[in-house]
Design a protein around this ligand. Structure first.
Ligand code: HEM
Length: 478
């Protein structure tokens, strides 16, 4: 395997790197209106996202090219669909260099959901590092996470007990238990508690329906940018042609807002006194971090982790079971996980194989030279860069057998520590550190530790688990 050194590009790239041939960025944006609409139809309908990018990569023989991505025509007239796609680890890493790129209002591309969804304020995830408010909000978020860490494992385990009891009860009545909604209910309760220190059961409406409120709020703001597999052309007409207005979910959002306002005096006061936020800023940012970042991210990630394990027929479960039971002490803790090398590796490999957030955007802060493995490209200030994780995380220059799920890939014995420099699911390398001067996910280590703890918990409770990304079909108790 020819491993590259860690690749943050030099910020002084005003001349092309000497060892790489200069190449004009291939691809084009096509005719006005026609180019974007044709690319949109390919992206959502005729080719679908992954082969949309793959086909263009093959056509241009380049992991860097120009294309359009939706949303666009007809009702997104103020959205510019032109992007430079980055599909290998090296070009992708430019997205993390805050001297080269800015991340102002590009969380989901040039399209920005109505500010009404976040109480008419720009929450942290939409702020660039050059905006002083970003630093305040990110510090607040990191502090809230640190505060939650003292109850994190205990809350995780007690909520997992409830989730597993529910799934077992469903399985006793049927041959298959669909787990998406119970999982979301679990995530909502657990994350609400550890992030805001508020127990959702204080309000039965929030406890029972909070996760569904979050789902509706998320779906409405993201509908122009996601595919949910509805029969075409219905999806194009109903989901991708216009943004839905906030008022359709205003009741849900206001319920959640008022619940935090009423019961979260301590966390709100912290936001105000220690981080200089207003009450509204503290609550809207808490809700966004909780609902969009944490709940949204885990809702996508955990089913793929369960699928990776539940579908295995190569003896992985026996090995996970052995590690979960023979290491880490009698009570699970963050420290337990440090001893569970294979479990951590499976978590990392799932994040590589199925990155939960597929697209990352950033805008060139200045003119600079962008390198892929084989060429250097001239990027102009203001151009929008789009990294597509699914292909970048299967970069054959970095990962052996990139299209195969290899559970041990990131273990110490396999040199996994070095590979962590190229695991980018958190908008930065897994070996990196989230800070106020970058846009890396502040929940990064909590996510991997939590996922590893869940796997350890499951294999202390069960001898084997059969299932996929949507349902569990068999559980054999320990
Ligand atoms: C599986 C779960 C998660 C995934 C997949 C995930 C993924 C990401 C990604 C890809 C970004 C960068 C987005 C961009 O700028 O392009 C991000 C940012 C962020 N994430 Fe996470 N995240 C997860 C969990 C969490 C958790 C648990 C928290 C905190 C409680 C969190 C808080 C944030 C915040 C506040 C940002 C914005 C960072 C900034 O503005 O500098 N995330 N996350």
């Amino acid at each position: 395997m020819s491993l590259l050194p860690p690749v943050p590009p030099s910020p002084s790239l005003t001349t092309p790197p000497a060892r790489l041939p200069v190449r004009e960025i291939p691809g084009s944006y096509g005719w006005p209106l026609l180019g974007p609409i044709s690319d949109r139809l390919d992206y959502y309908w005729f080719q679908k996202q992954e082969s949309f990018f793959k086909k263009r990569m093959e056509k241009y023989k380049s992991t860097v090219f120009r294309t359009n991505v939706p949303p666009s025509f007809p009702f997104f007239t103020n959205v510019n669909p032109n992007v430079i796609a980055l599909l290998d680890c090296k070009s992708f890493s430019h997205l993390f260099d805050m001297e080269l790129v800015e991340k102002k209002d590009v969380l989901v591309g040039d399209f920005v959901p109505s500010l009404a969804f976040t109480g008419n304020i720009r929450v942290g995830a939409y702020l660039d590092t050059s905006e002083p408010q970003h630093s305040k909000v990110k510090k607040f978020c990191m502090d809230v996470l640190k505060g939650g860490s003292s109850i994190w494992v205990q809350e995780l385990v007690s909520n997992l007990d409830i989730l597993c009891d529910n799934i077992e009860a469903s399985l006793s009545k049927s041959t298959s238990a669909t787990y998406l909604f119970p999982l979301q209910q679990f995530l909502f309760t657990f994350l609400f508690k550890v992030i805001t220190s508020i127990d959702p059961s204080l309000d039965p409406n929030i406890a029972n329906s909070g996760y569904a409120m979050m789902n509706r709020w998320l779906a409405l703001q993201l509908s122009p940018t996601i595919s949910i597999g509805v029969l075409q052309p219905l999806e194009e007409i109903l989901l991708h042609s216009f943004p839905y207005p906030f008022f359709l979910v205003s009741r849900d959002y206001n319920n959640l807002y008022n619940f935090i306002k009423q019961h979260g005096k301590e966390v709100i006061e912290k936001g105000k006194m220690e981080f200089g936020l207003s009450e509204e800023e503290a609550i809207h940012n808490l809700l966004f971090t909780l609902g969009f970042n944490a709940y949204g991210g885990f809702s996508i990630f955990l089913p793929s982790l369960i699928e990776a394990i539940g579908k295995d027929s190569n003896g992985l479960q026996q090995r996970l079971r052995k590690e979960a039971r023979e290491t880490g002490g009698s009570t699970l803790s963050f420290d337990s996980i440090k001893e569970m090398d294979l479990i951590q590796s499976v978590v990392y490999e799932t994040l590589r194989f199925n990155p939960p957030v597929l697209l990352q955007y950033a805008r060139a802060r200045k003119d600079f030279w962008l390198s892929s493995h084989d060429s250097a490209f001239d990027v102009k200030k203001g151009e929008l860069l789009l990294g597509y994780q699914k292909i970048a995380m299967r970069d054959p220059v970095v990962f052996d057998e990139p299209d195969r799920f290899i559970p041990d890939r990131f273990t110490k014995a396999k040199g996994g520590a070095e590979l962590l420099n190229y695991l980018y699911w958190s908008n930065g390398p897994q070996s990196g550190t989230p800070s106020t001067s970058n846009k890396q996910c502040p929940g990064k280590d909590y996510v991997t530790l939590t996922a590893a703890l869940i796997v350890a918990y499951l294999f202390r409770r069960y001898d084997s688990i059969k299932g996929d990304g949507g349902s569990i079909t068999a559980l054999i108790k320990a």
